[in-house]
Design a protein around this ligand. Structure first.
Ligand SMILES: Cc1cc2nc3c(=O)[nH]c(=O)nc-3n(C[C@H](O)[C@H](O)[C@H](O)COP(=O)(O)OP(=O)(O)OC[C@H]3O[C@@H](n4cnc5c(N)ncnc54)[C@H](O)[C@@H]3O)c2cc1C
Length: 353
């Protein structure tokens, strides 16, 4: 008898947990343009400290012993098959879309390690660094730089009225005070035209001049859903480009197509640990469907309440837990030392170190 075939598109934290969770039970195909999985929230530390990436860049083949790995981007889907950029066509019984955000142009682990080494060298050689964007990426990058290189002049420009807006006003103030205490110059309510910057001189929309030897644009990566606009799920994309799913993660209007992770419209803060929870529910449901279980036996998911952490260097952080905002060493102990790398590796069956 032919095995059930499950195709997982996207090898981020959601997709790789999905493929790992099903590889012993059916014929699994993981499609990702990169040869490796990267623990996405560690990019800022790896930019400053490239050796950190040795544990956070994991070749898909390291944790997927049985699944088929297709190193290419998915370009189209129909009700029964997925097409890839390199011209392959893979038939599926169940499809799981987990394409959160597009990765960079580095397709191999070695290329990504090389990129981080180059960024590190650039920061090390610079006297001053400009960070544009005051969301979690910008705040974490600025704090990693001043933590590792306290003598660098770091300027952070954010066009919004406060930092890390996604976790609330108090958290924004705490992050701001931390950065100011480390002598980071924070400019709020202004933007920078990076194109017009030359010879290390940049101008803000408020008429300020910033001198910086290098700059980083940290304005958040766009969702990787534009490739779905001409596919069979096009009518299930919402106005933000997210896939609308039911409480079993099935894409609206499609019984055998699921979506998990940041690409979904689940009303909760987008977090990797929640994306792993999505994968667990879908793995369970696919196994039940394979056994011929009826609809009412399938597991359902309830959106999680707010819990998010932003690291501030290696020892401190700021956290939102329900309606409570915490800052300093306690959130730092939870995230900032190892950025949850050990648990993320263990979830894939790998040694934490
Ligand atoms: C600064 C920052 C800090 C964070 N801190 C935390 C934290 O402490 N804890 C936490 O749990 N979460 C944290 N997050 C959130 C977390 O990073 C995301 O929620 C998580 O990465 C989402 O996982 P995903 O698998 O849905 O998508 P992604 O991680 O974005 O992965 C998407 C994958 O899809 C692939 N892909 C894209 N397009 C295609 C295509 N056409 N075909 C095939 N593959 C494709 C990409 O290559 C990539 O591998 C943080 C985020 C940021 C920005």
């Amino acid at each position: 008898m032919e095995k059930t075939r499950v195709v997982v598109v996207g090898g981020g934290v959601a997709g790789c947990m999905m493929a790992k969770g099903l590889q012993d039970h059916c014929d699994v195909y993981l499609i990702d343009p990169k040869e490796y999985f990267e623990i996405a929230w560690t990019e800022m530390r790896a930019t400053v400290e490239p050796s950190f990436a040795e544990r956070t860049l994991i070749n898909h083949s390291e944790y997927l012993s049985k699944a088929h790995i297709i190193t290419s981007a998915a370009t189209n889907i129909t009700e029964s098959e997925v097409t890839t950029a390199d011209g392959r066509c893979i038939v599926y019984d169940y499809l799981v879309i987990a394409t959160g955000h597009a990765g960079g142009p580095e397709f191999t682990r070695a290329e990504k390690l090389h990129k981080y080494q180059g960024e590190h060298n650039k920061i090390k050689a610079a006297k001053s660094v400009l960070v544009v964007g005051g969301g979690p990426s910008g705040v974490e990058l600025a704090s990693e730089i001043v933590f590792a290189f306290p003598d660098k002049k770091v300027t952070l420009v954010h066009k919004g009225p406060r930092l890390v807006e996604f976790i609330g006003e108090k958290a924004g103030k705490k992050a701001l005070n931390w950065l100011i205490s480390k002598k980071v110059e924070v400019i709020l309510g202004q933007s920078v035209d990076l194109e017009s910057g030359s010879n290390g001189v940049y101008h803000t929309s408020g008429g300020e001049t910033i001198h910086a030897d290098c700059h980083y644009l940290c304005i958040g990566k766009p969702l990787a859903s534009s490739w779905l606009r001409e596919t069979c799920v096009r009518d299930s994309l919402d106005a933000h480009g997210r896939l609308m799913v039911d409480n079993k993660f099935r894409v609206k209007g499609h019984n055998n197509i699921f979506a998990i992770g940041d690409i979904t419209d689940v009303p909760e803060i987008k977090q990797g640990y929640l994306a792993q929870g999505h994968a667990a529910v879908v793995a369970k449901n696919v196994k039940l469907l394979m056994k011929g279980q009826s609809e009412n036996k399938l597991a359902t998911y309830k959106p999680a309440s707010a819990f998010a952490l932003v690291s501030l260097g290696k020892k401190e952080g700021v956290a939102k837990v329900m309606c409570l905002t915490l800052s300093g060493r306690i959130p730092g102990m939870l995230k900032s030392g190892d950025l949850f790398v050990g648990p993320a590796r263990k979830n894939l069956g790998l040694k934490p170190n």
